[in-house]
Design a protein around this ligand. Structure first.
Ligand code: KIV
Length: 266
């Protein structure tokens, strides 16, 4: 095992110009596989609402559901930095609720940091979390928990006014103490400007090549989940096809009496 990845490692990687690799995981097996393959940061994303629970959006995901996933992934991860996504309404309502829930992700889930969506309005919460020892990753641009408010899944910050707000928010998250920021679905030029202006790393998803690192939903990049197709997803496999092929072969073998064989029986 290479050295354990810590918050300081992630920040140092930026200053050394080394790209940060990140993916999502939702269970022990994927946590283990991604970690063994050498990914630097594993996010237990609330995208589990889409790919594991089958919800249309991430909004219904609860803290208890997320803690179950974080705990499971934690058991499989040794090297990567483990970040837990705080779900919708687990940190927006009051500071007390936000701190209690963030604490649960660390105490019960084994997370090493939490991720919150949003800009200026969540800076006091980030500041307080960081003060009490909870590292925070920010998330700007397209923020899936605000999909209804944003009016869909479009690119954010394509217009000057919104780009300026995102840039200012990034600066404010940095000042509040966030150790890195996910930039989702923003123009590559804006992501570059933000990345160049901060000493903390940006992790891009649909934000071009100049972010300090990249993240994808593992089910998307492995071709396991194809209900939503975004241009920024590079598919490295077609596992959904492979799973269906294997399952139909298995069914065929049972139906034809080929499984189990003598060798597979006691
Ligand atoms: O929930 C998630 O998987 C995320 C990543 C896509 C950044 O927030």
């Amino acid at each position: 095992m290479n050295k354990k990845v810590r918050i300081s490692t992630i920040i140092k990687m930026k200053s050394e110009g080394k790209k940060i690799t990140a993916l999502t995981a939702y269970d022990y097996t994927f946590g283990y596989l991604l970690d063994e393959a050498g990914v630097d940061l594993i996010l237990v994303g609330d995208s589990c609402g889409n790919v594991c629970a089958g919800y249309e959006t991430t909004l219904p995901v609860t803290v208890d559901e997320m803690i179950y996933h974080v705990k499971s992934v934690h058991k499989g991860v040794k090297r990567a930095l483990l970040v837990a996504d705080m779900p919708f309404m687990s940190y927006q309502e009051t500071m007390e609720l936000a701190l209690r829930n963030a604490g649960r992700f660390m105490k019960e889930g084994g997370a090493e940091a939490v991720k919150l969506e949003g800009g200026e309005h969540i800076c006091p919460t980030i500041k307080k979390m960081v003060e009490i020892g909870i590292p925070v990753m920010g998330h700007l641009g397209f923020t899936p928990q605000s999909v209804h408010e944003l009016g869909g899944y479009g690119v954010r910050g394509a217009e000057k006014k919104e780009a300026a707000i995102i840039k200012k928010d990034a600066q404010m998250l940095h000042e509040a103490g966030a150790f890195s920021i996910v930039l989702e679905k923003v123009p590559a030029t804006l992501a570059k400007e933000i990345s160049d202006s901060l000493s903390i790393p940006t992790i891009g998803i649909g934000a071009g090549p100049d972010c300090d690192g990249q993240i994808l939903v593992s089910y998307d990049m492995l071709g396991l989940y194809d209900k939503m197709k975004f241009k920024f997803v590079r598919r490295y496999a077609k596992l959904a096809d492979e799973v269906q092929k294997c399952v139909s072969e298995y069914c065929e073998d049972i139906r034809e009496g080929r499984f189990p064989s003598k060798e597979e029986s006691y």
